[in-house]
Design a protein around this ligand. Structure first.
Ligand code: UDP
Ligand code: MG
Length: 319
C-alpha cells in the first residue's frame, strides 16, 4: 500500500487545528487505498497549538507531532516535516485553511498520472491587495533574474514524490527557499488550479520583514543578478566619470576660462555615487552574512520531542 505524508507547519493556530483535522479526516475516508500519516510541526507556538495537536494524536496515531524547541520559521518547519516523513508522496499544506485540504485529492491524482511534483497553483486568492501585488510582481521578477523556472503563483502547497523529497534532503542550505529548491531539483511537474481562501482564524505570521527575508533568500540563493548589476553599474559610472574628466580637461585646454567646478553638480554626483557604494557594500554584506551562516553550520531547527513516531521519546534531538 502506498503511503502519503501530509506535512503541516504550525505557529499559533490553536483555533484552526481542530477544523483542519476534521477536513483531513473526511479526506482520509476517501483515501482507503493509501496509508496516511499527518505530520504537524509545532514551530514554537505561544498558544495552545501543541496541546491541540497532542489531543488529536491521542485519538488517531496516524497524527504525528514534531515539536520544535522554539520558533524557527515556516520553511524550516516544512523542512523538518520532509526529513521525518516516510510517505511515497509528501504533501505540504498550511494550517490556516487557506489551502483547501480537498485539493490534496487532485494532487494525488496528478501524482498517480506519473508527475513527480504537483503544484497547487492559485487561480485566485483572498489576500490583501498589497500581498497579492507583491507576490505577483515578485514571482515574475524572480523568474526573469534566476536561472530556474520557478512556478508562478504557487506557494508551498504541493505534492512531492519520494524521489523529490530525497533530492531536497540533500540540499543542506540554512537560508531555505523551498519554492526555489523544489524547482532546482528538477523532475516532471504539473499543477492543479485552486482558489486560495482567506485565513480562517488568527492573523498572518508573515510580517513584511519576514517576507523581505524570504524574497532575499530567493534572489540571493538562486541568481547572480545583484553582483552582475553591481559590476554593470560600476562600469557605467566609471565610464561616465572618465568621459566627464576628459571633457573638463579638454575644455580647460582649449579655453582657460572654462568653468572648472560646477560645485553643486559635483556634490550631487558624490552623494549619488556614495549612496550606490553603500548599497553595493550592503549586497556584498548580505552574501557575507549568508556565507557565515552556512559556515557556522548550526542545525536550522531543533526538535524538543516527537509524538507517534517510532523513535519518539528521544527528546532534545539535534538535527
Ligand atoms: N508558520 C510557521 N512558522 C512561522 C510562521 C508561519 O510554521 O514562523 C506556518 C503557519 O502556521 C501557517 C503557514 O506557516 O500554517 C503559513 O503562514 P501564514 O499563514 O502566517 O503565512 P501567509 O499565508 O500569510 O503567507
Ligand atoms: Mg496563511
Amino acid at each position: 500500500m502506498k503511503k502519503i505524508s501530509i506535512i503541516i507547519p504550525v505557529y499559533n493556530e490553536e483555533q484552526n487545528i481542530p477544523l483542519l483535522f476534521d477536513k483531513l479526516r473526511s479526506i482520509k475516508a476517501k483515501l482507503n487505498n493509501y496509508a496516511l500519516e499527518i505530520i504537524f510541526i509545532n514551530d514554537g507556538s505561544k498558544d495552545n497549538s501543541e496541546k491541540a495537536i497532542r489531543e488529536i494524536g491521542q485519538t488517531d496515531n496516524c497524527v504525528k507531532l514534531i515539536n520544535f524547541s522554539r520558533n524557527f520559521g515556516h520553511q524550516q518547519a516544512i523542512s523538518a516535516g520532509i526529513d521525518y516523513s516516510a510517505g511515497d508522496a509528501v504533501i505540504t499544506i498550511d494550517s490556516d485553511l487557506q489551502d483547501p485540504p480537498e485539493i490534496c485529492l487532485e494532487l494525488i491524482a496528478g501524482w498517480e498520472k506519473g508527475n513527480e511534483i504537483v503544484y497547487a497553483k492559485r487561480r485566485s486568492r483572498k489576500d490583501s491587495f498589497l500581498k497579492k501585488l507583491t507576490a505577483h510582481l515578485f514571482y515574475r521578477m524572480l523568474n526573469k533574474i534566476t536561472y530556474l523556472n520557478i512556478a508562478v503563483d504557487t506557494g508551498d502547497f504541493r505534492l512531492m514524490d519520494r524521489k523529490v523529497v530525497e533530492a531536497l534532503k540533500k540540499c543542506p542550505e540554512k537560508n531555505r527557499f523551498l519554492r526555489g529548491l523544489s524547482s532546482y531539483v528538477g523532475f516532471q511537474t504539473s499543477f492543479v488550479l485552486y482558489d486560495r481562501e482567506k485565513r480562517l482564524h488568527g492573523k498572518s505570521n508573515y510580517s513584511v520583514k519576514r517576507m523581505i527575508k524570504l524574497a532575499m533568500d530567493g534572489v540571493l540563493g538562486f541568481s547572480d543578478f545583484l553582483p552582475k548589476l553591481i559590476l554593470i553599474s560600476g562600469s557605467v559610472i566609471a565610464l561616465l566619470g572618465f568621459l566627464g574628466l576628459a571633457a573638463v580637461l579638454i575644455g580647460k585646454l582649449f579655453s582657460p576660462d572654462f568653468p572648472f567646478f560646477y560645485s553643486r553638480l559635483i556634490v550631487a554626483a558624490l552623494f549619488f555615487i556614495g549612496g550606490l557604494q553603500i548599497i553595493f557594500l550592503g549586497v556584498i554584506g548580505e552574501y557575507a552574512s549568508r556565507i557565515y551562516t552556512e559556515v557556522q553550520n548550526r542545525p536550522f531547527y531543533i526538535v524538543k520531542d516527537l509524538v507517534n513516531f517510532e523513535n519518539s521519546g528521544s527528546g532534545g534531538l539535534l538535527i
